[in-house]
Ligand binder design. Structure first.
Ligand code: 28F
Length: 637
């Protein structure tokens, strides 16, 4: 490695301090040093290529995970400028890769900077957090290359050849001393780049994983933009009209919207600002919802679908069954909220509202039959909501009358302090029995459930409230459901679903998760919902204590340790096969059990799982459950 003379000017010192700051507190720049933070490195680099595409110069982006978890990203844009800056004596390219926030190539003036969830920390952070980075630029007839190690320039920009092509290629190897793992998850990256391709109409994004045989490949290019996105989201749903409603308005605040109604009862609206998934919503989403409610009510009144005496359709009635994606570009976005994914710019609400009003009312006027179909569904949703409200009133009154508001089947615990209590929702009476005997009745309650649950995706709220399978769950949790749900009233700090690791168990687990996700969402967001993890195997051998294994890998590893001869391997088919002590030791004792906390990581993915499982199409459901039943860990929603 050649000796590299450092002349530390003021610039270099500032650069080094900047990169040191990043290496000391990486979480401040990329959120975490978990696999999510590792993936952010890739998003940051790709975002720069997407910016080049938004500016109209890049048509193709190619991402490769090379063997050894090296990332390579290549675009066919103009190539980062290589001219040496007169003031700093450094090329623009090296500046972009060494100065913090130097990457803001489109400042507030000319265009939009898309950026990863943490809003454009730029390439310099990737540089600081990588063992090495190699940048190859083709432009002005030449090929130029520069290299860095942990953010420090080890090879200044050098011309290494000629070429008549233009573009930028970046290869990097993340710093194993910083990240918990260097193992990229191809599917996670694939999902994000599919989304990026939907959001950037016509841009081709290729993703390859060359770490495995056979290689994995994905190639995304959607001329339809958000129309393709909505069609993808509705793949396993029955739709009310053939093509999504599409609005595409350029201007100071470019707005792209696609809407397609389905026969389901769930509301699936995804909103983006500069390609950032604004999971917490914001003013763009607010303007969208306000316009939807206004336009459909005005149309219903004008066409006498709603009589004057009828009360207005509520927003939730109009959004029942909707799948929509809104994407706006904002030059100076203000992000708020816990995870900085809520748009705060107040001017955007009115802009989206007026563009939607004009475009959607025109669509309804020009498509009266579609308008009628959608409105019929809204009116029936409104009636079901009324029925649900009355049913809820009934439940409340019934509760008020009855002293025992707790379900008969619930074996409650003696403590009444929610934070220290937990309720196991157990599939089947036999397992319920063992759980009741094996538990610590001070803080563990048991609620046995039985038989197939109601399919909550296909049932309207009124049926949910009255369903006798779910009633006990609602009463046991004690915090109501739907809009009435009040997290401060929960009776247990942990709601633990304990079901078998087979297909039936997977089904009941998913049905309960669907129910919690749709009707007690704060319970999931607040991290109160868990999955119990019963053992899959018991190894017994003369002379040693029984060994419980929770996965195939663990079993093989333990067999290596104790030797395979003379070992009896019992495969647990169901919880019922364990006696109370075993159930306690393996699955309920806080000291020894394994609990999986359920996170609503990605509503989009969660909805797809529920839709596949609950939708009309039988085939996708069978495939999914079979594929996932044995990997229950991957079934986090
Ligand atoms: C694989 C990663 O980073 N692509 C990029 C460009 C193009 C320009 C640019 C980038 C202008 C002066 C700040 C070229 N010609 N892919 C990438 N492509 N940055 S990053 O400009 C950087 C700004 O310094 C570019 C004319 N204007 C902009």
């Amino acid at each position: 490695m050649e000796k590299y003379e450092h002349s530390y000017g003021a610039e270099q010192i500032q650069v080094l301090e900047g990169l040191e700051a990043v290496r000391k507190r990486p979480g401040m720049y990329i959120g975490s040093v978990s696999i999510r933070g590792l993936h952010h490195l890739v998003y940051e680099i790709v975002d720069n290529s997407v910016d080049e595409a938004l500016a109209g110069y890049c048509k193709n982006i190619h991402i490769t995970i090379e063997p050894g978890n090296i990332i390579c990203v290549e675009d066919d844009g103009r190539g980062i400028p290589v001219a040496i800056h007169p003031k700093t004596g450094i090329s623009a390219a090296e500046t972009v890769y060494t100065k913090l926030h130097a990457g803001g190539k489109f400042g507030g003036d000319s265009g939009y900077k898309v950026s990863g969830g943490l809003h454009g920390v730029g390439a310099s952070v990737v540089n600081a957090l990588s063992e090495w980075v190699e940048v190859t630029i083709q432009r002005d007839g030449g090929i130029y290359q520069m290299k860095f190690e942990k953010g420090k320039t080890v090879q200044k920009l050098t011309k290494i050849g000629s070429s008549d092509k233009t573009g930028t290629k970046v290869r990097f190897f993340a710093d194993g001393g910083i990240f918990e793992t260097l193992e990229y998850d191809f599917e996670v990256l694939e999902d994000r780049f599919r989304e990026m391709a939907f959001l950037t109409k016509g841009l081709r994004i290729k993703v390859e994983d060359k770490r495995c045989e056979p290689e994995k490949k994905a190639d995304f290019c959607f001329e339809g933009g958000l129309v393709s996105f909505v069609e993808y989201l509705n793949k396993n749903k029955e739709t009310l009209h053939p093509k999504p409603i599409y609005i595409d308005k350029s201007g100071e605040y470019p707005i792209e919207i696609a809407i397609q109604y389905t026969t389901s009862y769930s509301e699936n609206i995804y909103s983006f600002v500069n390609n950032i998934n604004t999971i917490e919503g914001g003013t763009h989403l607010e303007g969208f919802k306000r316009s939807l409610t206004k336009v459909f009510n005005d149309y219903a009144k004008a066409k006498n679908i709603l009589k004057e005496k009828d009360s207005n359709l509520q927003g939730e009635d109009i959004r029942e069954g909707i799948t929509a994606v809104i994407s706006v570009k904002v030059k100076e976005p203000q992000f708020e909220g816990q995870t900085k994914t809520k748009l705060g710019n107040s001017e955007v609400s009115g802009i989206v509202f007026s563009i939607m009003n004009e475009a959607l009312s025109t669509f309804l006027e020009e498509n009266p039959s579609i308008a009628k179909t959608i409105l019929e569904k809204c009116v029936s949703a409104s009636r079901a909501r009324e029925a649900a409200r009355k049913a809820r009133e009934l439940v409340r009154r019934k509760n008020a009358l009855e002293t025992t508001t707790l379900p008969g089947k619930l074996a409650d615990c003696s403590s009444k302090i929610p934070e220290e209590c937990e309720v196991y929702i157990v599939e089947g009476d036999s397992a319920g029995g063992s759980a009741k005997q094996g538990r610590d009745r001070k803080f563990q309650a048991i609620l046995p459930l039985w038989g197939k649950m109601l399919n909550v995706e296909k049932s309207r709220a009124d049926k949910i409230y009255n369903n006798d399978k779910l009633q006990p769950v609602i009463l046991a949790v004690g915090a109501g459901i739907g809009n009435d749900f009040d997290i401060t009233k929960i009776r247990y700090g942990k709601v633990i679903i304990m079901a078998d690791a087979d297909v039936d168990g997977a089904h009941i687990r998913t049905l309960l998760l669907t129910f919690f996700y749709r009707y007690m969402r704060p319970l999931v967001e607040n991290g109160n919902v868990y999955l119990a993890q019963p053992p899959l195997y018991k190894l017994s051998k003369k002379g040693i204590k029984d060994i419980y294994c929770y996965s195939d890998e663990e079993m093989n590893q333990r067999l290596e340790e104790i030797g395979r001869d003379g070992v009896n391997i019992q495969r647990y088919k169901g919880l019922g096969e364990m006696n109370p002590e075993q159930l306690w030791d393996t699955t309920m004792n806080p000291e020894t059990r394994i609990l999986i906390k359920v996170n609503v990581e990605d509503a989009m993915k969660a909805d797809k799982i529920f839709t596949i499982l609950m939708g009309d199409e039988i085939e996708p459901r069978r495939e999914f459950i079979a594929a996932n039943a044995k990997y229950v860990k991957n079934l986090d929603i």
